[in-house]
Design a protein around this ligand. Structure first.
Ligand SMILES: Nc1ncnc2c1ncn2[C@@H]1O[C@H](COP(=O)(O)OP(=O)(O)OP(=O)(O)O)[C@@H](O)[C@H]1O
Length: 606
């Protein structure tokens, strides 16, 4: 047996079923309850009821102690028939659900992943199936098959063959989009086999879609089978809810007031469909971890009745944040931002630094009111101080006011923002779009003039206005995003790691540009990064964040030369200096020759 290094043996995380199920979901509880009850009835009912074919001499009698659901015209027990019919209908529903889902996955996912001729052939077939009207085809096929051969399997195959194409189109579109995602490309580059890429990278992302298609196919199959049986074209040699309804119709149950004959099968169909639909609504939450634990109603912002006094050191303050706290309301609530207070001066660059996970992005999202459940602002205030002296309580803004204030008052450039450009629109169209939304009175000529100005500001040649995003380099796309953020001359620009994906030369060029623009246009910047040396270069003041709190807040010069908090010193020590002493190389197996108490990475001289 191989001797494994115990440090390298990673314990396989235990998956608990209770973690997979969203809590307190009434939809899931009611839907699941209905499905369980009806499935239980279908499985166990036939074992406890009598013979559904047995004929007694009391035809068409209402419910009684001997026959809880009465009898049919020929004296058969309706309860016994209902048990067998429920089993028959569910059997067909499950068969069709599985068959149609397998067919749609095969034609939709495999075809689009393999591409080329296979995709074209599969697409052609699903397109042809889509334009054939389903119900008439089912009726024709069912009528063509002799009644003696029309069992549950025949009907299930007919329904599955006529019902997979719509889902296959949806799965194809989704797979085409997924196959170009970075993590899929990475696994292909890593040499993974196509079937493994499909099974491990693509399929899990399609599970919510597949599961809801399975449920939808089951509902459609049960209803279609009932319809076919009602027309006398259903599974003639097996008992289903549809055949029960058909017999009730032929026996003039409605006209003779024998409600006990047709209401129970109709009710079972309706309740089962309802249960499946309710579970379908909850499937996304069960399968997609990002949607779990979302509070069902908006939580009010936990603020004292009297508005908090907002610190306003001087008239030049443009944004003040007071005692802001944000919690992710998940299984174990995560207090990502805790009692954070700071002010941002007009034309000032405030840097926010801290290790990964300390809450920087959450803070930026909270200030911009971009947080979504499970994140919740639990306390605090965010106030915008207008040039005209008007104060706006950002947390109290209604959705419409927020839309108007975003971009015009406060704009954002986020990490990976360069990928936020729409690939099918030219740069000019995307810049002009912002103006169309926020400045609808501008003429077309004025809009384009403003786009040209903005692009010139960030140093991008005007010939790129007509280009599509993929024709620009990463640095140029990021400049375009900055141009877009400055288009409406906002008072504040939030930059959250805007240049992380770029090389250091382009990174510095862009940040120099931001500083120049700030000097020219006097907007304030909240600049977030974990690169403290970069912040020291560009910021006026710096706030250091740790575990959701701001632990030090000082000028860039003070942070650089006289950091007061041990964590700030630790952060500064973590960055190697290009001009100081060269640090030791640490090779596996060789302990670093460093005395106790020395910093773990070189960087003394700075
Ligand atoms: N959707 C979420 N659900 C639960 N916890 C979350 C969620 N998003 C973030 N968190 C937690 O909130 C904390 C702060 O995360 P945040 O992304 O704000 O950190 P950050 O400082 O911006 O990190 P980075 O520099 O790596 O982007 C982390 O502990 C993170 O695990």
């Amino acid at each position: 047996m191989t001797n494994l290094n115990p440090d390298l043996v990673v314990a396989r995380p235990r998956v608990f079923w209770r973690d997979l199920v969203p809590r307190r979901s009434p939809k899931l509880l009611v839907g699941g309850g209905l499905i369980l009850a009806i499935t239980g009835w279908a499985l166990l009912g036939p074992l406890v009821v009598g013979d559904p074919e047995a004929i007694s001499d009391i035809g068409l009698t209402g419910p009684s102690a001997a026959y809880p659901l009465g009898t049919t015209q020929t004296g058969q027990d309706v309860l016994a028939q209902l048990a067998y019919a429920t089993r028959g209908s569910l059997y067909i529903g499950v068969l069709v659900g599985v068959l149609a889902t397998v067919l749609s996955a095969l034609f939709g996912i495999v075809g689009s992943y393999l591409g080329g001729l296979v995709d074209e052939a599969f697409s052609l077939l699903s397109n042809v199936m889509l334009v054939i009207p389903g119900l008439p085809l089912v009726i024709v096929i069912s009528a063509f098959v002799p009644a003696s051969a029309r069992g549950a399997w025949t009907i299930a195959v007919v329904l599955a063959v006529t019902g997979w194409a719509g889902s296959a189109r949806v799965l194809r579109a989704q797979t085409l989009s997924l196959r170009n995602r970075d993590y899929v490309l990475a696994s292909r580059l890593g040499g993974e086999r196509p079937w493994r890429v499909v099974a491990v990278e693509i399929l899990p992302n399609l599970l919510p879609l597949l599961a809801s298609q399975l449920v939808f196919a089951m509902i459609a199959a049960i209803l279609s089978e009932a319809g076919l049986s009602f027309l006398g074209l259903g599974a003639s040699n097996s008992a289903t809810l549809g055949t029960m309804l058909n017999y009730a119709q032929n026996g003039f149950a409605l006209q003779r007031g024998a409600w006990w004959w047709f209401v129970p099968p109709g009710l079972v169909i309706a309740l089962f469909g309802c249960g499946l639909a309710l579970v379908n609504f909850s499937l996304d939450e069960i399968i997609n971890p990002r949607l779990r634990n979302i509070p069902r109603r908006r939580q009010p912002v936990d603020r004292p009745v009297a508005p908090l006094p907002v610190p306003r050191p001087d008239a030049d303050t443009v944004l003040s944040v007071r005692d802001l706290s944000v919690t992710y309301q998940v299984e174990r609530p995560v207090r990502a931002v805790r009692d954070v207070s700071f002010t941002l001066g007009r034309g000032e660059i405030l840097g926010l630094a801290g290790e990964s996970g300390c809450g920087k992005t959450t803070l930026a999202y909270a200030v911009s009111r971009l947080l979504r459940p499970p994140a919740e602002i639990t306390a605090g205030a965010v106030t915008l101080h207008d040039r005209s002296g008007r104060d706006t309580d950002v947390l109290a803004l209604a959705e419409g006011q927020l839309r108007a204030s975003r971009w015009a008052e406060l704009s954002m450039v986020f990490q990976g923002a360069m990928n936020a450009l729409n690939p099918v629109m030219t740069i000019r169209a995307q810049l002009a779009d912002v103006l169309t939304t926020h400045r609808p009175r501008l003429s077309r000529r004025e809009r384009y003039a403003r786009c040209r100005e903005a692009l010139t500001l960030v140093g991008v040649d005007l010939r790129w206005l007509r280009a599509y995003p993929h024709e620009l380099s990463g640095g140029m796309r990021q400049r375009v995003m900055i141009a877009m953020a400055l288009l409406l001359e906002p008072q504040i620009v939030v930059l959250d790691e805007p240049t992380t994906a770029l090389d250091v030369v382009v990174q510095r060029e862009i940040l120099r540009e931001v500083r120049r623009l700030r000097d020219e246009l006097r907007f304030a910047v909240l600049f977030i990064t974990h690169d403290l040396p970069l912040l020291l270069e560009v910021s006026d003041r710096i706030a250091i964040m740790r575990d959701g709190r701001i632990v030090e807040h000082a000028t860039a010069e003070q942070i650089s030369t006289r950091p007061s908090h041990p964590y700030t010193r630790h952060l500064l020590d973590s960055f190697p200096s290009l001009t100081g002493e060269r640090g030791e190389l640490i090779r596996p197996g060789e302990p670093a020759a460093r005395s106790e108490g020395e910093p773990t990475s070189p960087g003394g001289a700075r």
